[in-house]
Design a protein around this ligand. Structure first.
Ligand SMILES: [Zn+2]
Length: 259
């Protein structure tokens, strides 16, 4: 099964390079290094798979993010009706990846067991972790679980022909990356296994850490999934919008076609 893959940018945040690398005190560099916020979507003749769903305008404003437009509205510009999307992969449950899950009333959500376990477990309320999620987002997925609409993955699983998820952990307890087969090769949606190209290229993890050793291991996992024909997409790098063609006329700065 071959897919087309799109990245949809819906918000940005100003930041400095010193904020984007763990252990930055040792690094004599502090330049503007903004983040972009994305969701991704894989489309074939038979399937539509949305990968992460982004946050709402309300949450973006409360957290002082520069919000362009709801990424779920942008899906409609790509002829995708969120009411009919059957599959949503949640790479992890941080607020910027899972806040619009309620806009997919008929989807099945693919999440790692260790991710769901962490956010319903004893450390989720600790201040550092607590700030990374929205309580309502976690509760929503708990409800979806009771409706039988969560598909738990433990490690690696081909969830559909041509789409495989791999748990890396590191940045969150059960972060997973997604490999999608396209006509040109494969697209590795690394999500927050590497926020920027620079994190993996320079082997310097991002500053928000669940397990530092696993963050280094996540770089190895992402590298191991690549070959000459594959494309690796980091989770928050503005360069993605510059390196790929616009998905449709009128979506400049909003959506690009990756593969
Ligand atoms: Zn993120």
């Amino acid at each position: 099964m071959k897919y087309q893959v799109y990245a949809i940018q819906y918000a940005t945040r100003a930041a400095r390079s010193s904020e984007n690398f763990f252990g930055h005190h040792d690094i004599h560099e502090d330049n503007p290094m903004p983040l972009s916020y994305y969701i991704w979507v894989a489309v074939s003749n038979e399937h539509v798979v949305v990968i992460d769903v982004g946050f709402t305008r309300e949450v973006g404003e409360r957290r002082n993010r520069n919000y362009f437009r709801c990424p779920i509205d942008t899906l409609k510009c790509l002829d995708i009706d969120p009411n009919e999307v059957p599959y949503v992969v949640i790479t992890h449950m941080h607020y910027d990846h899972v806040g619009n899950a309620h806009k997919f009333p008929n989807a099945r959500f693919f999440v790692q067991e260790s991710e769901m376990g962490f956010w319903t477990g004893k450390y989720a309320s600790k201040p550092f972790f607590r700030g990374l999620v929205e309580e309502e987002d976690v509760v929503h997925l708990v409800r979806e679980n009771f409706r039988g609409r969560l598909h738990f993955v433990d490690g690696v699983e081909e969830i559909l022909p041509g789409i495989t998820v791999y748990r890396t952990g590191g940045h969150s307890a059960g972060l997973q990356v997604v490999k999608v087969t396209t006509e040109q090769g494969s697209v590795i949606l690394a999500s927050d296994a590497t926020h920027f190209y620079r994190n993996i290229d320079e082997n310097r993890p991002f500053s928000i850490v669940h397990n530092l050793a696993e963050m280094y291991q996540a770089f190895e996992v992402v590298r191991s999934l690549q070959d000459e024909s594959s494309v690796m997409i980091p989770g928050h790098d503005p360069l993605v919008m510059e390196q790929f063609p616009v998905a449709r006329p009128g979506l400049e700065g909003i959506a690009v076609k990756i593969g």
